[in-house]
Ligand binder design. Structure first.
Ligand code: URA
Length: 257
């Protein structure tokens, strides 16, 4: 894996230094790391790519046609008055999602929490800050990707989404996907992964595989929820592996026409 100096710096800040820095120090350490967990993020120093001005300026988001953006806004207006499930009774705001209308990356979390419900934006709390850092480590900003949730409304007391709520809300996600046409979906956490993949399998079993999601069979990769990573930072290196898998999918995908 090649990492730019900026990515290494961001990874260090997130706490994903274990594998990369060990690898950068000695070849022996790389072997040790890889023998414990193959295909981890350990990178020999020689693979640490110098950051080029081109890489730094690679961030401007792909332009969305005004038509796509307008259609997304129309769905957002629909969502804002949605009464398909009981959650409309307790929400403050709907949380439609945010980001680039033609993003290559679509991150899907579970459901809005308290802060998100108050602000109407996804991932604005501590977990959101970590998600932003993970996105930055991939060389992007939040505005370049799209961030949404399985549910558009907060379940009371942050309880798990109910199957009926997921079912009612999923049509909105499908419509978002049809417009955005991302190259990859990253399911954040167990609840999101299980809801999208319609499975009860543990997250540890779901990671590391590329699935296909929705009517357009969009590649989907599973990783840990940032809130879980805040509680279990030792899993961050694995999350980085998952993001790298997603990055490979994006890179291999044909350019949108
Ligand atoms: N957790 C989620 O899953 N989604 C949010 O938007 C915020 C926290």
């Amino acid at each position: 894996m090649k990492h730019t100096a900026r990515q290494l710096d961001t990874l260090r800040k997130i706490g994903v230094e274990v594998w990369i820095l060990r690898g950068a120090e000695t070849g022996e350490a790389v072997e040790a790391a890889e023998s414990v967990q193959p295909a981890r993020t350990a990178a020999p120093a020689a693979e640490v790519a110098a950051e080029s001005p081109a890489a730094a300026s690679a961030d401007p988001p792909p332009a969305a046609s005004t038509d796509t953006a307008a259609q997304l806004q129309a769905i957002e207006r629909e969502v804002s008055v949605c009464r398909r499930c009981e959650l409309h009774q307790t929400r403050t705001n709907t949380v439609f999602g945010c980001g680039n209308a033609r993003a290559d990356w679509l991150f899907v979390g579970e459901a809005p929490g308290r802060q998100e419900d108050l602000q109407g934006e996804p991932f604005v709390g501590r977990a959101g800050k970590l998600l932003d850092m993970m996105i930055a480590a991939l060389g992007m900003r939040r505005e370049r990707v799209f961030i949404a949730n399985v549910l558009k409304c907060r379940p009371p007391n942050n309880r798990d989404p109910l199957p009926g709520e997921i079912e009612q809300c999923e049509a909105y996600l499908h419509r978002q996907l049809a417009l955005i046409q991302p190259k990859v979906i990253v399911a954040l956490g167990r609840i999101s992964a299980q809801a999208l993949l319609r499975t009860g399998d543990a997250l540890s079993k779901l990671r590391g595989t590329t699935y296909r999601y929705g009517p357009d069979h969009i590649p989907l990769v599973v990783t840990y929820h940032p809130a879980y990573l805040l509680r279990s930072p030792e899993q961050k290196a694995k999350a980085w592996d998952d993001l790298w898998l997603a990055r490979e999918i994006v890179r291999a995908a044909p350019e949108a026409g």
